[in-house]
Design a binder for this molecule. Structure first.
Ligand SMILES: Nc1ncnc2c1ncn2[C@@H]1O[C@H](COP(=O)(O)OP(=O)(O)OP(=O)(O)O)[C@@H](O)[C@H]1O
Length: 242
């Protein structure tokens, strides 16, 4: 479904290279999780896939089609959507208005049907539908960000650290919903996650990134017993201190 081949990119032209030759693929129906320490380049990878940063080298293909030069809007309309780390909600707008904005590419009937689906998945959003997004708790805001992405009816949903800063019970609820969407509604997921045990729990396959490169790809059980995670997390922290 998604193929990333030899992707290199960064910020501010070729001078600021962050990713160096990333190869990654996501097959339809999979849950793929990307792990790696702060600064490894995970968010940069998702931003490049969604068209917010242009590749310097390499190719990104979605459903067989090259999307390197496509706009984020176009990529979203093709069914590939990102829930960014900062959630990017419109704080002064209501929950329902935020959701309706997510459905701007759809006709009214489809928007209403998808709204019902989102409210079914996250009942607390229905209770708060007239409340402004800024007044929601962190967990509710994350649910709203996911709900808004679902309004576009994606086939591949990418999430950047959906558990960041949230209480474990809320994270449980969010992941329960994501796994249900994957199994019952055939939603393919590519998730950047800091919580290693959560990743090992839900992932069909895992990628570990370190300093802009992929240092491991495989099934969760292939990671256990290796020191890849220790190196990826603590190795780079040591480097940073030095
Ligand atoms: N907007 C930006 N402009 C310039 N450099 C950036 C920008 N965003 C990220 N970087 C740099 O790119 C590198 C990779 O950052 P990135 O956010 O992709 O890492 P990450 O693995 O997602 O880490 P985190 O978990 O902290 O989000 C870091 O060195 C970071 O400082």
């Amino acid at each position: 479904m998604l193929e990333v081949c030899g992707l290199s990119c960064g910020y501010g032209g070729t001078g600021g290279r962050v990713l160096n030759g990333i190869d990654l693929d996501v097959k339809a129906g999979e849950i793929v999780v990307i792990l790696g320490s702060n600064g490894a380049g995970k968010s940069t990878l998702l931003r490049a896939v969604i068209g917010l940063i242009r590749p310097v080298h390499g190719e990104i293909r979605f459903r067989g089609r090259r999307i390197n030069e496509e706009s984020t809007d176009r990529i979203t309309s093709m069914g590939l959507v990102l829930v960014p780390e900062n959630r990017a909600l419109f704080g002064t707008m209501s929950v329902q208005e935020n959701l309706e904005l997510g459905g701007y590419l759809r006709d009214k009937a489809e928007v209403n049907e998808t709204l019902e689906m989102v409210y079914g998945l996250f009942p607390v959003l229905r209770e708060r539908k007239r409340q402004s997004a800024a007044t929601l708790s962190g967990g509710e805001q994350q649910m709203l960000a996911i709900g808004r992405a679902l309004m576009t009816r994606p086939s591949l949903l990418m999430l950047d650290e959906p558990s960041l800063g949230l209480a474990p019970l809320v994270v449980d609820e969010i992941y329960r919903t994501l796994v249900e969407l994957n199994s019952k509604r055939a939603l393919t997921l590519l998730v950047v996650e800091q919580d290693v045990s959560r990743a090992l729990d839900v992932a069909d396959r895992i990628y570990v990134m370190e300093n802009g490169r992929v240092v491991f790809r495989g099934k969760p059980e292939e990671l256990t017993g290796t020191d890849i995670l220790k190196r990826a997390y603590f190795g780079s922290r040591k480097e940073k201190r030095g």
